[in-house]
Design a binder for this molecule. Structure first.
Ligand SMILES: [Zn+2]
Length: 450
């Protein structure tokens, strides 16, 4: 077996001219450095006369053995103002590292990256940083094509702790102290929502908050990225009140995505469904939604899934063409239906001693951060193995091949969700056969008694 070789990288940022000076040392000093960019555009940002290399397309080859240097115009990258490249957020720089991080050509190579920034400057990355007090990062255990965002600027890194997870929050851009405090408090609330499930599932995560002052609502755009140990990025309207942020579903949705591994295009319905289910369940548990509001949102969502025009085709097909057909409601809510059904079935069969929360917690302990793509069937098999049940795989086969949105009304009735003819929630029936399961879903899982 080939040993993964570790390359030493040194990053120095010069604030005066906004350049990045990179020094790359191969594991063997007699080796010629040969690097490869993941994106073809990366060469545009190289500063030619500080880089004594042979450049051909996406490859850089040093002219002599041993350590080599290259330099990147970070200011130019930020001024591109385009997704996949970079932005300027006030005086801070936001970049997609594909545009400046040239990898060793060897696929198995690992990087130990030492960083040096001017006083008062900080780096925000999702990369594993074993010692939070040392600016040393370890790169290479995940697919190189997975996107990431890196912030460089004069912000603070706020360290939050939830369970075993260290959450490094960077609030970028020109905000006053009150706005910063409000946004950090909201990130603490949002990442803490996972305490109402099985706990924060990653050892370390990056949270980036970027003010954009456009779009509607407090969080017009949020996204989870999987490079490194994982990250959640929130693009916000920072002027809105703390309560407006808490009342918004985006934070709860995005952070719930951290409970599952990257599932690829084929598993989009499964991942979006999990986040959609949990964004409501966790907010009932935190008290931000009443029991009625939470289940009303679930039922209204299932109705949107049922009324989506993308029917008479399998969920797999709809999921694969979701963006083209704008079939978001069928995909997201079919997924949410899958997780509600499997959660209920697991609780029913185990007499309430097991739940989706507990199985996902066990999954997090064995298999997160994922650092590779899981297929839906692999994920379902692992959950069945952890639950010692045969629930997730059969439900997956049924869900993927379903030609239409499932009829959930019998399940609502069993759970004691009383609806009218228009499928609107009217109230609860606590004598329904599975009403105790509905009530248990409203509560955080209780740890087993010693
Ligand atoms: Zn999502």
């Amino acid at each position: 077996m080939a040993r993964a070789e570790t390359w030493q990288y040194q990053l120095r940022f010069d604030a005066a001219d906004e350049t990045l000076q990179m020094r790359v040392c191969p594991p063997d000093p007699g080796q010629m450095v040969a690097l490869r960019a993941y994106r073809g555009d990366a060469q545009r940002y190289l500063i030619a006369d500080e880089t004594d290399w042979r450049l051909s397309g996406r490859e850089l080859r040093a002219r002599e053995p041993g350590c080599a240097r290259y330099a990147v115009a970070m200011g130019r990258l930020a001024d591109r103002r385009e997704r996949g490249h970079g932005y300027r957020i006030g005086d801070d720089l936001l970049s997609w590292p594909d545009q400046w991080l040239w990898w060793p050509r060897q696929r198995s190579a690992q990087i130990e990256l030492h960083t040096e920034l001017p006083p008062g400057w900080q780096l925000s990355t999702p990369w594993p940083q074993p010692d939070p007090d040392q600016p040393v990062y370890r790169l290479g255990s995940w697919p190189r094509g997975w996107p990431a965002l890196v912030g460089i600027g004069r912000f603070q890194i706020e360290r939050l702790q939830h369970g075993e997870g260290r959450i490094d929050v960077a609030v970028m851009g020109p905000l006053d102290a009150t706005q910063r405090r409000k946004l950090i408090r909201w990130v603490d609330y949002t990442t803490g929502l996972l305490d109402y499930s099985g706990g924060f599932p990653l050892p370390q995560a990056q949270v980036l908050v970027v003010p954009i002052n456009s779009g509607s609502g407090p969080v017009p755009w949020g996204q989870v990225y999987r490079a490194g140990f994982g990250a959640a990025h929130f693009f916000v309207n920072a002027d809105l009140s703390y309560q407006t942020f808490v009342d918004d579903w985006t934070g709860a949705h995005e952070i719930s995505h951290l409970l599952h591994p990257y599932l690829g295009n084929a598993g989009r319905w499964m991942g979006e469904g999990l986040a959609t289910y949990y964004q409501n369940v966790l907010r009932i548990r935190s008290g931000d939604l009443s029991e009625f509001q939470g289940w009303q949102k679930l039922i209204q969502g299932f109705e949107r899934g049922r009324k989506d025009r993308a029917q008479n085709q399998s969920l797999t097909d709809v999921s694969n063409s979701m963006h083209r057909n704008r079939a978001y409601m069928r995909v997201y809510w079919s997924g949410a239906a899958y997780w509600l059904r499997t959660d209920v079935e697991l609780r029913r069969r185990s007499g309430g001693s097991n739940s989706l929360d507990q199985v996902l917690k066990a999954f997090g302990e064995c298999c997160l951060p994922g650092q590779r793509t899981w297929t839906p069937i692999e994920f379902a098999r692992e959950l069945d193995r952890l639950a010692n049940q045969d629930i997730f795989v059969p439900a997956l086969r049924e869900a993927e091949s379903a030609m239409n949105f499932p009829d959930l009304r019998p399940l609502w009735q069993d759970l004691g969700l009383r609806t009218n003819r228009a499928n609107q929630l009217q109230g609860f029936t606590d004598s329904a056969p599975l009403a105790s399961i509905r009530q248990a879903i409203n509560q955080p899982p209780t740890p087993p008694q010693e």
